[in-house]
Design a protein around this ligand. Structure first.
Ligand SMILES: Cc1cc2nc3c(=O)[nH]c(=O)nc-3n(C[C@H](O)[C@H](O)[C@H](O)COP(=O)(O)OP(=O)(O)OC[C@H]3O[C@@H](n4cnc5c(N)ncnc54)[C@H](O)[C@@H]3O)c2cc1C
Length: 402
């Protein structure tokens, strides 16, 4: 078994494992101009809503002013003067919709099956995530439940479930905390019953803090601890966000539930995808900000949670999910080449070079694949896409791995 000693070494392995294709090439070229990346990422998220994306782009570049290198400014200036907007718009739409969006790999069923076959050759497992907006009505939530049941029996494997797809906005508004929890518990129980005897795993995603975090965790733990589910052989799990100041407390609570079970719970340790949104909600509701203010504190908490869970790894399955080489190295160090009850998770597309590097090192890794449900439109992937764009725009290392 090979051992990795430093983040630099892993980063090098990740760079070496980068796939070569047109998308990767364009993203690598874009790395040479980090000052314009956030504006481009924003454009990707809204291009379909814009009548004249070229105009939007030129305006964004003008706003950036002298922060953009002079020759880039000259190129945009000339493009605006010489190229008719309809040509620039066609170029932008092609670049974004045909070349760049596939980097985030939101799949339909056909491409999902192809992907499953390809990854299966590397012994990489898949976590299937049905993308979409939160359920607005009870009928929407019922449709999501049907979609989950459909993928359980159609594709099997591991399935990610979003609490906001099960407890609709309508239910949320009509009920108090305890009643919402009861509804969510019943939905979790329905899913856990559905997977019994199928070999399918269910992992509950973590969503926004104020409305969802504790509601989801409590509902999950209370159902997982029920005698009828304590002895189930299917893996069930939940994501835990390390940007929460109370993340370690939740880790211990989950650990206590897990130790009571025949098979351990899986905890996907993530940093958290809703930082900016939470800040906005906290301000709006006049609440104390429950998350760390500095990325370095989140990074530390991520490492600490992984460390603690790994210490109890016979009682809990630890699944660090990050694209940050430093955190991956730290988790590898703490795993100490014992990969029982341990597996990394990466996002399909964005995490491909990391997946390859880890697979090469014979470290277990699962790929989280967003899937558009049967009959759904690519638009349903928008919320997922926006979260990823936001991460990419704010983080330097993700694009470095491209
Ligand atoms: C397989 C997989 C599954 C995921 N599932 C979920 C999920 O269920 N729920 C969920 O919320 N997210 C989920 N994520 C996303 C995850 O939470 C991160 O947003 C994403 O992975 C980026 O973190 P990083 O370690 O890869 O990158 P890095 O660039 O190292 O870290 C970026 C992260 O640091 C944190 N951060 C940034 N700025 C600050 C700041 N000023 N103060 C404090 N913290 C800050 C944020 O969490 C941000 O996302 C998942 C990610 C993966 C790979």
């Amino acid at each position: 078994m090979k051992t990795i000693y430093s983040a630099e070494k892993l980063q090098k392995a990740i760079m070496k494992a980068r796939p070569w294709n047109l998308t990767a090439l364009i993203l690598r070229i874009s790395n040479m101009f980090p000052e314009i990346q956030p504006a481009f990422m924003e454009l990707i998220g809204i291009i379909d809503e814009l009548k004249n994306p070229a105009d939007y782009l030129y305006t964004s570049m003008k706003k950036l002013g002298k922060n953009v290198r002079w020759y880039l400014r000259a190129i945009f200036y000339l493009a605006e003067k010489i190229l008719p907007d309809f040509i620039m718009n066609a170029i932008l739409r092609y670049l974004i919709n045909v070349i760049l969006i596939p980097y985030f790999e939101i799949l339909d069923e056909k491409s999902f099956l192809k992907m499953k076959k390809k990854l299966g050759k590397d012994r990489t497992k898949i976590i299937l995530d049905i993308v979409g907006e939160a359920a607005k009505t009870k009928a929407d939530a019922d449709r999501y439940m049907e979609s989950y049941k459909y993928v359980i029996h159609q594709f099997g494997g591991k399935i990610a479930v979003k609490p906001s797809s099960l407890l609709s906005k309508e239910d949320f508004d009509e009920h108090n905390y305890d009643e919402r929890k009861e509804i969510l518990k019943n939905k979790f129980a329905e899913l856990f019953t559905e997977i019994k005897g199928t070999g399918v795993s269910i992992i509950i995603d973590a969503e926004e803090y104020f409305d969802w975090c504790h509601l989801t965790e409590e509902a999950f733990m209370e159902v997982a601890d029920q005698p009828r589910f304590r002895g189930m052989t299917n893996e069930i799990g939940i994501a835990l966000q390390a940007y929460r100041k109370d993340a370690l407390l939740s880790a211990f609570k989950l650990l206590a539930v897990s130790r009571n079970r025949l098979f351990p719970l899986r905890i996907r340790v993530v940093k958290g995808a809703y930082w900016a949104e939470e800040r906005h909600i906290a301000e709006e509701r006049g609440k104390e900000f429950p998350l760390f203010e500095k990325q370095s504190d989140t990074d530390k908490m991520f490492n600490n949670v992984v460390f603690v869970l790994l210490y109890y790894r016979k009682s809990i399955f630890v699944s660090p999910a990050s694209h940050n080489a430093k955190n991956i190295v730290e988790a590898l160090r703490n795993a100490n080449s014992d990969y029982s009850c341990f597996e990394f998770e990466v996002l399909n597309g964005m995490g491909e070079s990391i997946r390859r590097a880890l697979t090469e090192l014979e470290v277990p890794v699962s790929v989280y694949c967003p899937l558009i449900r049967k009959g759904g439109s690519p638009k349903e992937g928008m919320k997922y896409l926006i979260r990823r764009l936001d991460e990419v725009a704010k983080s330097s290392h993700v694009l470095k791995n491209v």
